[in-house]
Structures are given as C-alpha cells and as structure tokens.
Design a protein around this ligand. Structure first.
Ligand code: PHE
Length: 465
C-alpha cells in the first residue's frame, strides 16, 4: 500500500506554500470579510479562530495523511483504505471537476478587471451596469476565461515540483506582502460625507474587529457557528480530494502535524487581512450598512470598483495591485483543482501528465464556456433547496460545495473514525516519532463532532430546515 509516487514536493516549505496556495483563494478574499461584516465583526472572527484551532486541523490532517500514507489520489486512496469505499474516492473526483469549470470563469473576470485597471479604465469599470454587461456579453468573458485556463494548465503541465511548487514559492510571499500593503493603506483612508460627517479607516476597522453582541440570541449564535464552520471547510479546500492529492506528493520524513498548523496560520491570516483591507474601505465611502448588504461577487466586482473610483488616481494604482493579488490567490487555487483532476485522470487512464493536462484543459474549456453562456444564451434561474435562487454558476457551486462536499466529509469521518479507526491517521502523523499534541481532540472530532455538524449543514443545504 505504501507505494511512493515519482512526483513530489522538494521539501516542507514547498508543500506548505502549495497547500496554502490551494487554501487561500476567493473564499478568503471576498467570502470571509463579507461573513464577518454580516455576523457582528469581531464576534465572527473569534468564533472562526476558535473553530480553526479546535476543528480545522482534523480534516486537513486526515486528507493529507490519507494522501501520504497511500501515495495515491483520492480516486484510489479510499479503495486502498477499504475495498468497499472505493466509490467515495470517485465521488471526490466530481467536486474539483465541477469547481474547475466555474472557478476559471471567475478567474477570467479577474483578469479582465486587471487589464481594465492597467489601461486606466477604472471610471468605466465603476459605472453602473458594467459588471452585468460584461458577464452577459458573448465573447469577452470566454476570451479571458481561456487565457486564465491556459495559465493554470501550463503550471499543471510543468509538473509538481517545477510547476506547482515553483509557482507557489514565488506567488504566495508576494500575495502576503500585497495584501498587507493594501490593508495598511485602507486604514489611512478618510472621507467627508455630504452632511459633513468624517468617516475614517480606523472606524471601519472597528466595525470589522470589535465584537457586536447587539440582539444576539442562542439561535443567531448557532447560525454564526454553522456559517463559520462551512467557511472554514471551504477555505481549507478539504473533502474534495485536493489535499489527498497534495498529501501524496509529501515526502515521508516531513512532519505533517507542523505543516498543517502552518497552512492554517497562512490561510487564516490572509482571511483576516482581507477583511482589514476591504471592510474599512467600503465603510469609509459607503458606510457600514453597505458592507453588510453586499454578497458574493457583487462586493468584488461592483462595490470595490466604486471604492477605488472614490480614491481618485491612487485608487487605480491600488486596484492594479488588488487584482493582481486576487489573480495570484485564485490561480494557486485553480492549479490545485486542475492538478487533482489531472492526477486522477493519469491514474484512471494510465496516461502521462502532459497528455492528461491537455485533455483536462480542453474539457474544462468546454464546461467553462457553458458556464459563461449561463449569463446569456443559457440564462435561467431556479430556486435552490437552500432557499436561494441561482443560475448555472450558482447551481454548479451549490452542487459541489453545499451538497457533495459535506457528504464526502461525513463519509470520510465515518470511514476514518469508525471503520479504519483514527489510529490509521495517527500512525501516519507520528511515523517519524513526531508529537501529535491534539490527538485526543482529533479522535473526538473525527468520530463525533465533524459528522454531526456536517450532517446539519447538509440538511440545511437540502432545505430540510
Ligand atoms: N479554498 C479556496 C478558497 O478559499 C477555494 C477552493 C475551493 C480552492 C475548492 C480549491 C478548491 O477560496
């Protein structure tokens, strides 16, 4: 069972940065600040940090240990743990395959915005209706999506060490510097409203960081916990085969316990800094209510351009840095998604990396064109069981992240917690005599807490309550 793959990360730093690259993505940059603003600022952040420390590590550790111990991709790894569970491995293939299509479409939007700012077209980007007109046009979104997809595919084609690791080692430190720089700039902003009121970046930070307990009830607190939990699993890219694949490239002498902690610190730091960057800027120019009301794509592609516009010339420069930073964050995530699909296809079809990268890129392009068409020719909306209304991209996101992902988490917890037993993972973590400090906690989470919480999240997504 312990066959070692040929490809591998050169060492611990390469692995940690590549895995952090997968984890740090659009979820950190637009979803986290938005949830924090919605759920009473610092309160959400505190709950999130507590959950990261208590729970986050367990599933990340499980995925990475499954990958390293079996040396296989998710597709075969589940079968190697227990013959009857091989189908769960195949199920994990579906999640990145779906995400790949719409993530590249959003990646294309980011590149489009970046080009607009580089050519100093910020005023146009900030004008009403720009985002809707762009996404519903037929050619431009497809062209930018194809460019983004090509960059992703080239990195995957170049391989684990020469492609993914090398790219992550350059891009992740840059990302951290850019995001910290923009966050500091955001704190210095100030704006005088028509009524003469002065709003400053520091007040904005207070909205973000100071816990707001107004009207807090047990029910509301429960909802905050569920949202934070959901966000955390999405943000760590667990339960979709990605961390299993990356885990299979980790050398046996690396301390995965330590790596998991480092990946979590990186991911959480970027999420918190993203809020420091976005929340004050939006609050200064539009007031705190606007931040709370903005959801998803609207925040990044509609509200922020208006914020940049309000900053004047400096805004255009900040926007250039912002969108390149977002592009870095998104690219390292889509690389991990495509790598997982390519690696599985290499095993399924017994073909080379180069052949499979081309094939997967071609299939992804077709899927992504369909998602682009979801904004024009294929536009339709349906009510989803979780109470939201969605078009093609939202449906793809709903199926992969709200339904299949929790399902895989539940199944993984049952397999590791009750059938293979937690010791299966613990032995791998301690294989070189490393200390696994949170062992007891790990067992409780894998056996009881995670499956119960994920079942609640799944039932909620399915509209049961
Ligand atoms: N974890 C990434 C984020 O926070 C998103 C992601 C999802 C990446 C699925 C890879 C796979 O944005």
């Amino acid at each position: 069972m312990e066959q070692q793959k040929k490809s591998s990360f050169s060492g611990s730093i390469g692995f940690v940065l590549a895995a952090a690259g997968s984890a740090v993505g659009l979820g950190n940059i637009w979803r986290f600040p938005n949830l924090a603003a919605k759920h009473g600022g610092g309160l959400f952040i505190l709950v999130y940090i507590a959950l990261v420390l208590l729970f986050g590590f367990a599933l990340l550790m499980t995925d990475i240990a499954i990958g390293r111990k079996t040396g296989m991709n998710a597709g075969n790894a589940y079968g190697a743990i227990h013959k009857k569970w091989k189908w769960v491995g195949h199920l994990t293939f579906v999640v990145p395959a779906i995400i790949m299509t719409y993530y590249t479409v959003i990646g294309g939007w980011i590149l489009k915005y970046f080009t607009e700012y580089v050519t100093f077209n910020g005023a146009q980007v900030a004008s009403d209706g720009y985002f809707g007109n762009f996404t519903s046009s037929t050619v431009a979104p497809v062209v930018f999506m194809l460019i983004y997809l090509a960059i992703t595919a080239i990195i995957v084609y170049a391989g684990v060490e020469k492609g993914i690791e090398k790219f992550s080692k350059i891009v992740m430190p840059c990302l951290l510097i850019l995001i910290a720089g923009i966050a500091i700039y955001s704190l210095t902003l100030s704006y005088t409203t028509e009524s003469g009121e002065i709003r400053t970046g520091l007040q904005g930070v207070a909205v973000y960081l100071v816990p707001n307990f107004d009207g807090l009830t047990v029910g509301k607190f429960f909802n905050i916990m569920l949202d934070a939990m959901n966000q955390m699993f999405y943000s760590l890219s667990v339960a979709m085969g990605i961390m299993i694949t990356y885990g299979s490239y980790v050398k046996k002498d690396i301390n995965i316990n330590k790596s998991v902690t480092q990946i979590q610190i990186f991911d959480t730091m970027v999420a918190i800094l993203s809020g420091m960057m976005i929340v004050p800027a939006v609050c200064v120019f539009f007031g705190p209510e606007r931040m709370v009301n903005e959801a998803g794509a609207g925040l990044m592609f509609v509200t922020l351009p208006k914020v940049f516009e309000n900053m004047g010339f400096a805004g255009n420069i900040v926007a250039i840095f912002f969108f390149i930073m977002v592009a870095f964050a998104a690219l390292t995530s889509s690389v991990s998604i495509m790598e997982t699909v390519v690696a599985s296809c290499m095993e399924y079809f017994k073909k080379t990396r180069k052949q499979m990268s081309l094939l997967v890129a071609a299939v992804a392009a077709i899927g992504a064109v369909l998602i682009c068409m979801g904004y024009n020719v294929l536009y339709f909306e349906i009510a989803l069981p979780n109470g939201t209304v969605g078009q093609l991209l939202d449906i793809a996101d709903y199926i992969s992240n709200s339904v299949i992902m929790p399902l895989i988490t539940i199944l993984t917890c049952v397999l590791i917690g009750w059938i293979a037993k937690p010791k299966w993972v613990i032995d791998e973590v301690q294989r070189n005599g490393e200390k696994f400090a949170r062992k007891g906690l790990f067992i409780v989470i894998i056996k009881y807490v995670a499956p119960v919480v994920m079942t609640i999240l799944l039932l909620k997504a399915l509209g049961v309550f």
